[in-house]
Design a protein. Structure first.
Length: 255
């Protein structure tokens, strides 16, 4: 009789809840496991083991998928793709600054008729702009500078906030020229791009003798000391990278 009861309890322990210690064959078992052959030990049911295996397999699958996606993304950001990104991002940001370039019509500090010069060389340009990326703290009038060093193949971008002390008027022309020539300390650059193989700028004006006003006269310099107006056209030759990853683009802007 007792042997029959033990057999039923063991079957129940495999498919149902773990069986507890029971009084079997005249012996006594406490709630915990015992070493005697007359007491059943604690354990997990087959259903619980299967559920744990399924959950573990799901977690491992999710982790493996995430790691694989991360590795593929990292491989895509190779030298060729970085060159592609820079060749688009740098001129696009340059265009945004030029679209909001400050002119005589730009009010500043409650004064109208301010002159905001643009100073340019073949490898550098400085000007004033009111463009600020949405959500950033770079708002208001700012001095923008794109300075390229051909010997190091490095392009540095400056975005300097203009502060004016009370009662002291800022010399905008001297500040712009100082940044262009490297004589004005405005702090570290906002961005620095390496492996830039070409950054050349031309400055254009519409030919007044052209009746269709389509011909443009291009210059390598824009002397802001002599001409405080913005050029009508700016042409940028920009290339980054080398070998198969080299990207070359030509952009024309109308400030």
């Amino acid at each position: 009789m007792s042997g029959e009861l033990v057999s039923k309890e063991r079957i129940r322990g495999l498919w149902g809840r773990p069986f507890r210690g029971r009084r079997v064959q005249g012996g006594a078992c406490s709630g915990g496991a015992a070493t005697g052959s007359g007491c059943a030990a604690h354990g997990y049911t087959l259903v619980e083991v299967l559920v744990a295996m399924v959950l573990t397999a799901l977690v491992v699958t999710v982790l493996a998928t995430g790691i694989r996606s991360g590795l593929l993304s990292w491989r895509r950001l190779g030298p060729e793709n970085l060159s592609e990104i820079f060749s688009y991002a740098v001129p696009t940001a340059f265009a945004r600054y030029l679209e909001c370039a400050a002119t005589e019509a730009t009010p500043w500090k409650g004064r109208d008729g301010n002159l905001f010069p643009l100073c340019g060389t073949p490898h550098g340009v400085t000007f004033y702009s009111t463009y600020g990326p949405p959500g950033s703290n770079r708002q208001g009038l700012r001095l923008i500078g794109y300075l390229y060093d051909p010997s190091r193949k490095v392009l540095e971008v400056y975005d300097v906030e203009i502060f004016e002390k009370e009662g002291v008027e800022t010399d905008l022309l001297a500040l712009s020229l100082g940044l262009l020539k490297g004589t004005e300390n405005v702090g570290p650059p906002l961005s620095r791009y390496e492996d830039v193989t070409e950054f050349q700028i031309n400055y254009g004006e519409v030919d007044p003798e052209d009746p269709a006003h389509q011909a443009v006269l291009w210059k390598d310099q824009w002397a802001c000391e002599e001409n405080l107006q913005l050029p009508q056209r700016i042409r940028l030759f920009f290339s980054v990278g080398s070998g198969s990853g080299k990207r070359v683009n030509t952009w024309v802007f109308s400030p």
